[in-house]
Write a protein that binds this ligand. Sequence first.
Ligand code: DX5
Ligand code: ZN
Length: 215
Amino acid sequence: MIISPSILSADFSKLEQQLQTVEKSKAKWIHIDVMDGHFVKNITFGIDIFKAVKRSTSLFTDVHFVISNPEYYADIFINEGADGITFHLDAVDDVDRNLKLIKYIKSHDVQAGITLRPETPVTEYLPYLKEADLVLVMSIEPGFGGQKFRKDAVEKIRWLYEIRKKEKYNYLIQVDGGINQETGKLCAQAGADVLVSGSYVFKNDIIKAVDSFFE
Ligand code: DX5
Ligand code: ZN
């Protein structure tokens, strides 16, 4: 199981210190939500904060684009060393363009992830599953941390797990939103490989909260 603490819920006045604490935990990734105030009603981090994160940690940088224009920003984050970029298929809504972006990201040795808003039918994932390195199931409406886990995510994880097995695909299954020890367990049992967790990790003792996913 890979744990990817989401810095959306970190204390930004001591971000470097918090990242160093995460490094001491069992987490291997760090999740960075880039929001533009357009695709969702929240604005978070741009490239300068991302660069500061890169300077502060050697964890795998798991960038989640919650933005309307992933094609434009992909290059900027690739150039600054993003290790994985996950974007919303429902931001562009054009199969050819989305496939092109997945291939573009991968051609730079960056992991390409895809995701959908929770209300978008999961079948929208289908044209991309062969190519994607990671498929993210949103278990909340994207935009803000601290929301309640949507149980319909568990079915979606199971569905992605079964397709991967049947078709021999390679993507990792990630889940994001309302993840704590209890909901994390449900997702892990359904087949999730990567758990994103924001408020549960950063509003508690960071090391203990991360380690609780391995109990
Ligand atoms: C919300 C973000 C999440 C957020 C999750 O749109 O994608 O990564 O940080 O926060 P929690 O774990 O508090 O639900
Ligand atoms: Zn996220």
